[in-house]
Design a protein around this ligand. Structure first.
Ligand code: PSU
Ligand code: MN
Length: 302
C-alpha cells in the first residue's frame, strides 16, 4: 500500500528500532492555544517525552502528506500560520489530496496514528456532546472515532463547556471504554472533579495496557479513552469555572458561533475571561497527559 505518510527522521529511527512512540495532535497548537505559547508548549511536551526515552510524533497535514513527527521548522510554521484547516475524519482526505495545510483533531490524529502503527496518543481533552445538542446536533466526531479506531487517547477528561453526562452516555452506547486514572470520579479538564462517576478506573499503566491488548484479543473495535485528572496544584475549581463557561457559551450563542468554530471560540473567550489562567492550566494538564501516555507506551512494549 502506498500511504501518503511522511515520517520525521526521529520517528523513522524509533520505528526501525521498535521503541515506543507517543502521538500528539496539532489542533491544540493551531486552534487551542495562542502563539507563542502554543509552540513553546508543543516543544516542551516533545522534550519531556524524549527525556523518558520515548519518541514524540506530532501529526499534521502539509504539502500533500500526513506528517508523523514534525521537524522544528514545520512545527514553527504550523504554529504561526493563520489559515490552517481544523481537520477531522470528514475532511482529512480532502486536505491531503489537495495539498492543504491542516491540523488534526483528536479524531483525525487517531486515524493517522493508526495508519502509522502508533497505539498511544496524548492530548488536552476530547471533544464531546455540546450543551444544547438537542437543538444543534453538535456532537464531536472524536466520540465516533474512539468507537472505531484502536488507539488509546489520554486526555484530562472532557471540558466543562460540554454536556458531560451526555458525553459519557454516548461513549457508553458506542462501546468506548472510559478509564479514569487514579480516582473514581471522571475529571472535567480544568478541574479534577465533575460530579460524575467514571465508568472504569485504573491505578497503573499495566492495567491500561492489559485492557487494550484484551480488546484486541476479543476482536472488539475501537480505542480507549484514558481520563487523567489534572494535578491538584494546577487545577481551577469547577466553582470558579462555572460562571466563566456560562458567559462564554452565552456569547457564542448571541454571536451565532457554530460548527467547527465553537470549541476554538469558547477556549479563546475562557482564556480572556480567566486572565490567562485557563491557558496555564491547559499547559499543565497536557504535560501531565503526555507523561502518562509515555508510561503507557512503554508498558505496551514490555
Ligand atoms: N481540547 C483543548 N484544546 C483543543 C481541543 C480540545 O483543550 O484545541 C481540540 C481537539 O483537537 C479536539 C477538538 O479534537 O478540539 C474538538 O473539536 P470539535 O468539538 O469541533 O469536534
Ligand atoms: Mn462540533
Amino acid at each position: 500500500m502506498n500511504l501518503p505518510l511522511s515520517f520525521s527522521p526521529e520517528v523513522m529511527a524509533a520505528m526501525a528500532a521498535d521503541t515506543p512512540i507517543v502521538a500528539l495532535e496539532s489542533t491544540i497548537i493551531t486552534h487551542g492555544m495562542p502563539y507563542p505559547q502554543n509552540v513553546e508548549t508543543a516543544r516542551m511536551i516533545e522534550a519531556d517525552i524524549r527525556d523518558q526515552g520515548v519518541t514524540p510524533a506530532t501529526i499534521a497535514i502539509m504539502d500533500g502528506a500526513i506528517h508523523i513527527g514534525l521537524t522544528d521548522e514545520r512545527l514553527e510554521d504550523l504554529a504561526q500560520s493563520k489559515d490552517v484547516l481544523k481537520l477531522s475524519r470528514a475532511d482529512l482526505a480532502f486536505a491531503v489530496a489537495n495539498g492543504k495545510t491542516g491540523a488534526t483533531t483528536v479524531a483525525a490524529t487517531m486515524i493517522c496514528a493508526h495508519l502509522a502503527g502508533i497505539k498511544v496518543f496524548a492530548t488536552g481533552g476530547i471533544g464531546g456532546v455540546h450543551r444544547g445538542s438537542e437543538n444543534t446536533f453538535d456532537i464531536s466526531a472524536d466520540l465516533e472515532e474512539l468507537a472505531k479506531t484502536p488507539v488509546i487517547v489520554v486526555g484530562a477528561g472532557a471540558k466543562a463547556i460540554l454536556d458531560l453526562p451526555k458525553t459519557l452516555e454516548i461513549l457508553e452506547t458506542r462501546g468506548v471504554p472510559v478509564v479514569t486514572f487514579g480516582q473514581d470520579e471522571f475529571p472535567a479538564f480544568w478541574s479534577r472533579s465533575s460530579g460524575l462517576q467514571s465508568p472504569l478506573r485504573a491505578d497503573s499503566v499495566e492495567e491500561i495496557a492489559a485492557a487494550y491488548n484484551m480488546r484486541d484479543t476479543l476482536d472488539l473495535d475501537g480505542g480507549m479513552f484514558v481520563a487523567n485528572p489534572i494535578p491538584l496544584a494546577d487545577e481551577i475549581t469547577s466553582e470558579y469555572m462555572a460562571p466563566v463557561i456560562e458567559q462564554a457559551i452565552a456569547e457564542a450563542t448571541i454571536q451565532g458561533v457554530a460548527a467547527k468554530s465553537v470549541t476554538p471560540f469558547l477556549l479563546q473567550r475562557i482564556f480572556e475571561l480567566t486572565d490567562g489562567r485557563s491557558l496555564t492550566c491547559n499547559i499543565a494538564l497536557v504535560k501531565n497527559n503526555a507523561q502518562l501516555a509515555t508510561q503507557i507506551a512503554k508498558a505496551l512494549k514490555s
